[in-house]
Write a protein that binds this ligand. Structure first.
Ligand code: 6PG
Length: 471
């Protein structure tokens, strides 16, 4: 057996790891794979015929295949499994070797691992990979963070396998430490928000307008040819045309209305709370996934809190236009919230992010890719320190052009009793953000009244306290 000749190794040969390896090999790179499940190693070997891929059944055998200094990538579930693999690798690694975590790890774990490995002379990259199985095989969006020097070692491989938009690879070094995993977490937060908005529009179509699945398919399909063009709108259209093999019905109608989560969207909301960045659309998306899990309670509540649901009367074409426009406005607002979190995290977590680069990396391959990413890229190109996308002249024009329809749809849905909290808070965020005055003076007064927390005045500097009640 020839040793030390493979450029990069992969630990974890589940569908993502295997597909990434095959993608690397397709682009002429020599790669080795290892999984403790020998069936997965066998599956890799079977697919790898005629490609420069080697499967190994033990860790020492695998590490022996790799060129020194070694580059070992992992694609395994986040959390304890990542620490376990690092623990198993460490005794076999030498100074200068590189570990790459390509899973959805929490950014704080990535920081701890990078520090621990640096003390042992091992380089570490925390890399977000988006695009699912198909993306991994044919071109994902890749979000690497860690030492730039370490990134340079694998840059040719990552650039070769990444999705391309106008010949530009959807990958770039994003920043030090956990920057890559942080950006992936925010990507997923935006993903949750967009999915929620689309689901609310579907609900309005189904329960508000009585659309059939075929009608829903054709409306989303048309929207995907226009301004709303995006991966999530595209797959939504496809979902509504899929027939269930078992029942012959549309598959969507036999899927249970409870959505799970691995937690990355929730992490984005949690960190936004810590950094005091408002992300209401993403918060609601997480909350509604949680509420979907209370199926039994919802069934009881549907009886206890019954209110008849009537269909929307009126011009259907008008409603279709309103929904398209409302979804587009909500989508802009969701991206704006995610980018605003990145802007603040960039400073507070010392990532020194370039948001234009992030928009470029997100234009292809990832789940939130959309025509609108070009507007985001242009906005940060024009003003790299832009604090919020809604302040960009082109984007603000677009959102203001569509906000009346967002308002009308939210009104219609609330009158019917169709829950559209994602659209509602998106509108609320827009209206609050564009309020030069907010009723926070009253909050200050209340805090001072019950807790002597003091308040600030508009006409003098300093902090003030009032004895609000006589006793
Ligand atoms: C991606 C996805 C991917 C995965 C999410 C799903 O960018 O390819 O975001 O990372 O599908 O982990 O997340 P939930 O299970 O939390 O919905």
């Amino acid at each position: 057996m020839k040793t030390q000749q493979y450029e990069i190794g992969m630990v974890g040969l589940g569908v993502m790891g295997r597909n990434l390896l095959l993608n690397m090999a397709d682009h002429g790179h020599s790669v080795a794979g290892y999984d403790k499940d020998v069936a997965k190693v066998a599956a890799l070997r079977k697919e790898a015929e005629n490609l420069n891929i080697r499967g190994a059944e033990s860790l020492p055998e695998f590490l022996d295949l790799l060129r020194v200094p070694r580059a070992v990538m992992m694609l395994i579930p986040a959390g304890a499994p990542v620490d376990a693999v690092i623990h198993d690798l460490l005794p076999h690694l030498a100074h200068g070797d590189l570990i790459i975590d390509g899973g959805n790890s929490h950014f704080t774990d990535t920081d701890l691992r990078a520090r621990m490995l640096a003390e042992r002379g091992i380089q570490f990259l925390g890399v977000g990979v988006s695009g699912g199985e198909h993306g991994a095989r044919h071109g994902p969006s890749i979000m690497p963070g860690g030492s730039r020097e370490a990134y340079e070692r694998v840059r040719p491989i990552f650039e070769a396998i990444a999705a391309k938009v106008n010949d530009e690879p959807c990958v770039a070094w994003l920043g030090p430490g956990s920057a890559g995993h942080y950006v992936k977490m925010v990507h997923n937060g935006i993903e949750y928000g967009l999915m929620r908005l689309i689901a609310e529009i579907y609900d309005f179509m189904k329960r508000g307008l009585g659309f059939t699945d075929a009608q829903t398919h054709s409306v989303f399909d048309r929207w995907n040819q226009e301004e709303l063009n995006s991966y999530l709108v595209e797959i939504t259209a496809n979902i509504f045309s899929r027939i269930d093999e078992k029942t012959g019905q549309r598959l969507i109608d036999v899927i249970l209305d409870e959505a799970g989560q691995k937690g990355t969207g929730m992490w984005a909301s949690q960190d936004a709370m810590d950094l005091q960045v408002p992300l209401p659309t993403i918060d609601v998306a997480v909350a509604m996934r949680n509420l979907s899990g209370y199926k039994d309670e919802r069934e009881e509540a549907a009886r206890v809190l019954h209110r008849p649901l009537s269909h929307c009367e009126g011009d259907r074409l008008k409603f279709i236009g309103q929904m398209r426009s409302a979804l587009y406005a909500g989508m802009i607002i969701t991206y704006a919230q995610g980018m605003a979190l990145l802007t603040v995290a960039s400073v507070k977590r010392e990532y020194h992010l370039n948001l234009e680069t992030i928009a470029r990396v997100w234009r292809g391959g990832c789940i939130i890719r959309a025509a609108f990413l070009e507007d985001i890229r242009a906005a940060f190109q024009a003003r790299c320190e832009l604090p919020n996308l809604l302040l960009d002249p082109n984007i603000s024009n677009k959102v203001m052009e569509h906000q009346e329809n967002l308002r009308s749809l939210v009104c219609a849905a609330s009158q019917l009793g169709i829950p559209v909290p994602g659209l509602m808070v998106s509108l609320g965020y827009l209206d609050a953000y564009r309020s030069a005055w907010m009723p926070a003076n009253l909050i200050q007064a209340q805090r001072d009244y019950f807790g002597s927390h003091t308040y600030e005045r508009v006409d003098a500097k300093g902090v003030f306290h009032t004895r609000w009640s006589p006793e």
